[in-house]
Each structure stands twice: as C-alpha cells, then as structure tokens.
Design a binder for this molecule. Structure first.
Ligand SMILES: [Fe+2]
Length: 305
C-alpha cells in the first residue's frame, strides 16, 4: 500500500490479511455476474491489533481538533459526535456494546462497516444505499499525524460518521447512494462525484448567521478547516445543486471554491429531486418507464429489471 511505503510504520494488525484479501476481491468485482453480495466487502475490526501508539495518535488528533471545532463546526456535527459517544479515550469500536454502531442504529439505522481499504465506486454506492458506511480502520502513524493522503479511521469516523446520526443528513446520504448506484451514465457519475466532494467532503453551512464546517475533509483537517473559514482566497458560494455539479474540483491543494448550505433540509431536498430525475431517465432508458410503474425503487441496477 502507498502509505506503507511512505512511513514504513502503518499498523495493519487490526486487519486479518486473508479476510482483507477476500473482501478486496469482492469489492473489485462487485456488480459482475456472481458478485452481487455487497456484505462480502466487509471485514472485522480486530480491536486488539491497535497499538498503544495508535491509541495515543487518536487522543492527540481528537483533542486538537475537537477544541478547534467547538465553535466552528456545525451544531449537527457536534450533536452527532455526542450522540454516538465519540470520545478521546479510545479509537472507536465499530461493533459491540460500546460501539458507535450501537448508538447509530437507534438514531438513524446507519452503520459503519470496516473495509480493507479503497473500494471501487459502485461498491461504495451500494453500501451507502443500504445505510452502511465503508470505513477504513487503520490509523495514521504518529509521525505522519498531520497528513496522510489516504483516508484512515480518524477521517472516516471522526470526520464522517457524526453526521450519520442526523435523520436529515442520513436520508440525504442514502438517497445519494441509491442515485449513484442506479446511473450508468458517466456524465451523471461525474456530477455526483462533484456533489459528494463539495458537500460530504468539503461542505460549509450557515448556522445562526455564521459559517460552520461539516464536510469531513474539513472537519478532520486542522489546516484546511481554518483556511475554509478564514482565508480571503476562498470563493464561498451559495449551494445550488446544478452549479455544484458543474464545478470541477482539484485534489492536491486547499480548496479555492466551497459551497455553503442554508440547512441540511436544503441538501436533502435537492438530492431527492435529482435522484427522481435520474430514476426517470434510467427508467425511460431501460424499458420506456415500465419499471417505474411497477414500483421499482432507486438503487436497483438495470440488470435486475
Ligand atoms: Fe471522506
């Protein structure tokens, strides 16, 4: 893996090698004949594999970023972090009585599921469509605490998961997954990737007249979160879904353009409208709309019609 080459000390002991290999294989082939079971991409979090240094890295990251976020993150994010009992004392448990999933289940039905690493887009969308979030479980090495190019459990759980405790955001993200899973049109796939980038990863929201952070790429990054809120070099635009989907993004530096929501309802409603439009196009393309009349729901690949 790239990060192993970079630091030489990324700990993988919480992952079983042969289980990870099988799961990665399932992810890589998901959607092909004989590879329809998305649950095969999931692995176990072997919690005892985290080292004391891993736990210390989590505590340092948690303390530093939570203090910064206290008056800069969306209230919805902060409430979510409290609701799922995200704490500084230990790397989150995904499963079991003290797990974030126990709390999430009661709140919105979302779950975090451990995956071996990068999973291809269709498999990722299939997970979201089931209210399951593919979650990286390794944690960055202490010597790379400020920067890891790949997602880790700090980005995926600390950055993403608290919003999954909010019913409105929860519905948005599932609708996103269903829409993205349904379309096979590369134009829509690109537009949806941009929507994900400018909302889930790098979104801002206005609350009580102030700009607040909610995108995971901002929430989990001390440098970029400050830049997003304070820099004069950032073009902060009102959220408008078609404009967002028309905006290309760049990945290797701080974002020069960000979009600002007025509320998460605005995001959910825009997504629902877009998803409906996609389903209409998909239905017209596959069977002249007959499948819609039969009650086919978003998220079912064309092959099942
Ligand atoms: Fe992310």
């Amino acid at each position: 893996m790239a990060e192993s080459k970079m630091s030489g000390s990324l700990n993988h002991a919480m992952i079983d090698d042969s289980q990870a290999k099988a799961a990665q294989e399932a992810a890589n082939h998901f959607g092909e004949p004989g590879h329809a079971d998305i649950t095969k991409v999931y692995i176990e979090q072997r919690y005892e594999g985290y080292s004391e240094e891993n736990q210390e890295t989590w505590r340092i990251l948690f303390d530093r970023q939570m203090e910064f976020l206290a008056d800069r993150a969306s209230r919805v994010y902060l409430d979510g972090a409290r609701s799922i009992k995200l704490v500084r004392d230990h790397i989150p448990y995904l499963e079991g009585p003290r797990s974030i999933n126990t709390f999430l289940k009661q709140l919105t039905g979302w779950q975090s599921r451990a995956v071996p690493g990068y999973i291809p887009a269709k498999a990722f969308f299939a997970c979201l469509a089931r209210r399951e979030f593919p979650t990286t479980i390794v944690i960055r090495p202490k010597q790379s605490i400020d920067y890891l190019p790949e997602p880790d459990i700090f980005h995926d759980v600390f950055g993403h998961v608290p919003l999954h405790a909010d019913p409105v955001f929860a519905d948005f993200l599932q609708a996103y997954g269903k829409a993205a899973l349904t379309t096979n049109d590369p134009v829509h796939t690109e537009r949806l990737a941009r929507l994900f980038w400018f909302t889930v990863e790098f979104g801002l929201i206005r609350e009580g007249g102030s700009l607040k952070l909610y995108g995971s790429g901002l929430i989990s990054s001390p440098g970029e979160s400050r830049h997003a809120l304070e820099s004069n070099d950032v073009d902060r635009r009102p959220f408008e879904i078609d404009r967002v989907c028309d905006t290309a993004f760049e990945i290797d530096h701080y974002q020069p353009i960000l979009y600002v929501l007025e509320s998460f309802q605005q995001l959910r409603d825009a997504m629902m409208t877009y998803a409906d439009r996609l389903l209409d196009e998909h239905a017209a393309g596959c069977c002249g709309g007959a499948c819609r009349g039969k009650g086919v729901q978003l998220g079912q690949p064309a092959a099942r019609h």
